[in-house]
Design a protein around this ligand. Structure first.
Ligand SMILES: NC(=O)c1ccc[n+]([C@@H]2O[C@H](COP(=O)([O-])OP(=O)(O)OC[C@H]3O[C@@H](n4cnc5c(N)ncnc54)[C@H](O)[C@@H]3O)[C@@H](O)[C@H]2O)c1
Ligand SMILES: CC(C)[C@H](C(=O)O)[C@@H](O)C(=O)O
Ligand SMILES: [Mg+2]
Length: 352
């Protein structure tokens, strides 16, 4: 990237996407100081299909590749569910991830002390601390395998190469080295060939990290363990589909899916997005929780713009807003009147 001015691509997408990205951009602008960054909008998902016939127009890919970081809202909605597979909003997002080569998706699931009551789990199950880093492989596996539909039979191939598993395993081990040095690799090696390769490869990479304790779980047991004893997890490394599922479970333990951000990285520009979807049931009502997107924006500033201090101000402001008792409706437990999307955003700005 040779541009002098820092540029962030903003892709609102569908449903609550516009509301939550607007919130994040407002907070980022305030934290950074005006005019230091240009935020340029692009279309993706259903809205892009409506405007151009393609859920990922070439202009959007060009914009992303010419930016220092990308902030995405969410894509999808009933309106586009009837479309053929490659025209669906979700296909636009998958193609973007693939085109950018962002194979490593980091999904930190952290429970804020103030939100313990919002968790569906009992306090003694949550324990003292919940701080899990889910490392999800993002550009391979069943999402991108050969697909076939012949009349009443359909298939999706789940394939992984050793190279793909090795590179994501290394990312996970590096994460673990900076944390509590414990990795849980999740697979289905009792049934799937691709999982057997996954497990063998993780074991091989583990030899270079003797300080890290490695544990393997099958996905079905992992889903149960996440609910009965989430405190056992430090870093989780897993494939594309298992990571998608286990991160939704982890998110709700933290109080709401509206709290979980993500960073997707590869060798080029990185993509930041909340882990939740376009939530069509609450779109345009000013009730969506914008915090996952705001935290994703802060991660973008930290990792892609080298603005560590400014990002820290955002993380702290969110903590202070929660400490002061402000909530959106998805995390509101005490029967008070929850704030709307715009109003909680304003509070976060006030606490910066
Ligand atoms: N990354 C993405 O763009 C992404 C991720 C998941 C789903 N989707 C798409 O989104 C659409 C809806 O999918 P879904 O309903 O299965 O999942 P979803 O994550 O959109 O919603 C699940 C539930 O969580 C709630 N929710 C989600 N985000 C919230 C927020 N920020 N604040 C408060 N509540 C929130 C919703 O209201 C809903 O009740 C589908 O078209 C799906 O394909 C997109
Ligand atoms: C919308 C969909 C393609 C996407 C995924 O499965 O990766 C979403 O669920 C996510 O978690 O980001
Ligand atoms: Mg998902």
């Amino acid at each position: 990237m040779s541009n002098k001015k820092l540029r962030v691509a903003v892709l609102p997408g569908d449903g609550i996407g516009r509301e939550i990205t607007e919130s994040a951009v407002r907070v980022m602008r305030e934290a950074i100081g005006k005019d230091k960054i240009e935020f340029i909008e692009g279309d993706i998902g259903g809205i892009a299909y409506d405007n151009t016939g393609d859920p990922l127009p070439k202009e959007t890919v060009d914009l992303c590749k010419n930016s220092h970081g990308i902030l995405l809202g969410a894509v999808g909605g009933d309106k586009w569910d009837h479309l053929p597979g490659d025209k669906r909003p979700e296909a636009g997002l998958l193609r973007l991830r693939k085109e950018l080569g962002v194979y490593s998706n980091l999904r930190p699931a952290v429970i804020y002390t103030e939100l313990r009551e919002a968790s569906p789990l009992k306090p003694h199950i949550i324990g003292d601390k919940l701080d899990i880093m889910i490392v999800r492989e993002l550009t391979g596996g069943i999402y991108f395998g050969e697909k076939e539909r012949i009349e009443e039979r359909a298939s999706d191939k789940m394939a992984y190469s050793k190279y793909e598993v090795e590179r994501i395993a290394r990312i996970a081990f590096e994460q673990a080295m900076g944390r509590r040095k414990r990795i849980t690799s999740i697979d289905k090696a009792n049934v799937l060939f691709s999982s057997k390769l996954w497990r063998e490869t993780v074991e091989e990479v583990a030899k270079s990290y003797p300080e890290v304790e490695v544990n393997h779980l099958y996905i079905d047991n992992a889903a149960m363990q996440m609910v009965i004893d989430p405190g056992q997890f430090d870093v989780i490394v897993t494939s594309n589909m298992f990571g998608d599922i286990i991160s939704d479970i982890a998110s709700v333990i933290t109080g709401s899916i509206g709290m979980l951000p993500s960073a997707s990285m590869g060798d080029g520009v990185s993509l930041y997005e909340p882990i939740h979807g376009s939530a069509p049931d609450i779109a345009d009502k000013n009730i969506a929780n914008p915090m996952a997107t705001i935290i994703s924006g802060a991660m973008l500033m930290e990792n892609s713009l080298n603005m560590m201090e400014e990002a820290q101000r955002i993380y702290r402001a969110i903590e202070k807003v929660l400490e002061a008792g402000y909530r959106t409706s998805d995390i509101s437990t005490k029967g008070g009147v929850p704030l709307g999307t715009r109003e909680i955003t304003q509070k976060i700005i006030e606490y910066l």
